[in-house]
Unconditional design. Structure first.
Lengths: 113, 113
């Protein structure tokens, strides 16, 4: 069973479009995260949710809107995609907010044409 | 803000050789995490260190946190091709509360058979 699963694995789309990435964890964890890894492999946190509530918003443009319908899901919606949004987006989870993520999804590779 | 510097940026070794990767922090570390990433996959949690002087091992990988808690090293003994990947260190950027994980830029390890 996959602990943290995100879909799609690949996303190729044109500038200006709106797209969503979904993430689900079956570990019963309270906290979920979105990270962005750029072309130089630098990994940076974007958002963190604990029990469906936003706790970290790391100065991400408001074109990015995370949504957590329940604590097992954290989706990421991106409006008006720009070239600079091309990256790999990773979802992750941790048991509690005071811990750091130990389980990551396999990533969604987003390419903007 | 806390910054982590990893060295070397990349490393190519012959199978069977030992190697060390370093992670140096600009501030005192309250929790240091090591992850491994293979191409096209998410991060795999390796180890977490919290106490000064702490050392942990998993199979042929040993991680240490120095007494001053500003540097960590990851040592691989008798490397194998399966050890190849990108190794990332991560640190909690504040001491408590809603901590976020800050990552180093990674060390790319290639192990030649």
């Amino acid at each position: 069973d996959t602990a943290v699963s995100q879909t799609p694995k690949y996303l190729v789309t044109q500038m200006g479009n709106d797209k969503s990435i979904k993430c689900e964890q079956n570990l019963g964890h309270d906290t979920m995260y979105w990270y962005k890894q750029d072309s130089k492999k630098f990994l940076k946190i974007m958002f963190s949710y604990n029990n469906k509530e936003l706790i970290i918003n790391e100065t991400v443009p408001n074109r990015f809107s995370p949504k957590s319908p329940d604590k097992a899901h954290l989706n990421l919606h991106i409006n008006s995609l720009e070239l600079g949004d091309s990256a790999v987006y990773f979802c992750a989870s941790s048991h509690r907010v005071a811990e750091q993520p130990q389980h990551f999804g396999d990533g969604t590779r987003l390419s903007i044409l | 803000s806390q910054e982590l510097e990893q060295s070397p940026q990349s490393l190519i070794v012959q199978e069977g050789k030992n190697l060390t990767i370093n992670c140096t922090s600009s501030k005192t570390l309250y929790g240091l995490y090591w992850y491994k990433q293979k191409y096209g996959e998410g991060l795999i949690f390796l180890m977490m260190l919290q106490k000064g002087g702490e050392e942990k091992s998993h199979e042929k990988i040993t991680a240490k946190l120095d007494e001053k808690k500003q540097q960590s090293s990851l040592h691989i003994t008798a490397s194998q091709p399966s050890h190849a990947g990108i190794y990332l260190c991560g640190a909690a950027s504040t001491q408590g509360g809603s901590e976020k994980l800050v990552f180093g830029k990674g060390t790319k390890l290639t192990v030649n058979p």
